[in-house]
Write a protein that binds this ligand. Structure first.
Ligand SMILES: [Zn+2]
Length: 269
């Protein structure tokens, strides 16, 4: 039994032309998606979206720049913890949180799930661990969003069995089978952040999803292979890797049009 539900915890606004050159410089909405996954191992989240801690953590400089660059809108009932409660799921019931990368709109709710173990790439964690001040800000990382006992609760995806991916995921070749059943496979998507993790998931109806986090912001970018404005390169860990990853996703989309490719900030409605 594997089921996936997409939810969103808040949104930010940013000029459209930054991500789709040629479009207007008017600000558009970027929802912060997260996914609720029902699996025989228990309830699993893929990322958490924003939480109100974002506001506390960005009150003062330099972190305040983060909130100015991407103004955040979040109502209390829209946080992951609150939405899960509305679905009848208590925070303690979340067994695992798969972290695509450590930007604030993906890890905002980690502290709300006391029993969850975290799954991420070790390379991604190492890149932000112990970063402070402007360096942390440049990495989009707000240390105050991390649970104090994170290191006791984290499992690195590199420790799972590396597998050769099926043909239908070409040009991606290698992944990590997270629960040994082939249903949830972590795939590295470098560029936007170091060690960014994508998740390939097959649900119980055989429907396939590839959650690509921030490998691009909008679906049009991978469908039409549109690279963002050069100035957006400043936000990326590795701009060359970003372009290579996006190109691979575009090839995958053309090879396998039935695959549901889901960026974290595209609209789900
Ligand atoms: Zn990001």
């Amino acid at each position: 039994m594997v089921e996936i539900t997409f939810l969103k915890a808040g949104y930010c606004t940013h000029p459209e032309a930054m991500v789709l050159p040629g479009e207007s410089w008017k600000s558009i909405i970027f929802p912060a998606l997260f996914a609720l996954i029902r699996h025989p191992m228990g309830w699993i989240l893929f990322d958490t979206g924003y939480s109100e801690r974002f506001y506390q953590e960005t009150q003062y400089l330099p972190n305040k720049l983060y909130a100015l660059l991407t103004p955040v809108y979040l109502k209390p009932q829209e946080t992951a913890i609150s939405q899960l409660k509305q679905l009848g799921i208590e925070p303690e019931e979340i067994q695992y949180i798969i972290i695509s990368h450590f930007h604030a709109d993906h890890i905002g709710g980690l502290k709300d799930f006391p029993k969850a173990e975290f799954i991420c790439f070790q390379s991604g964690y190492k890149a932000i661990k112990n970063t402070q001040g402007l360096r942390a800000l440049k990495a989009g990382f707000l240390a105050g969003l991390m649970p104090d006992n994170f290191e006791e609760r984290v499992i690195f995806a590199e420790n799972y069995k590396a597998i050769k991916l099926p043909e239908n995921l070409t040009p991606f070749e290698q992944g990590f089978d997270l629960f040994g059943d082939g249903c949830l496979i972590a795939i590295e998507l470098p560029g936007h952040a170091v060690g960014q993790m994508g998740l390939y998931l097959t649900d119980n109806n055989g429907k396939q999803y590839f959650l690509i986090a921030d490998a691009c912001w909008l679906s049009r970018a991978y469908q039409e292979l549109i690279y963002p404005q050069r100035i957006a390169d400043l936000l990326f860990a590795d701009k060359t890797a970003y372009r290579e990853t996006l190109k691979k996703i575009n090839q995958l989309y053309r090879n396998n049009p039935h695959l549901n490719i889901v960026p974290s900030h595209s609209s789900i409605d």
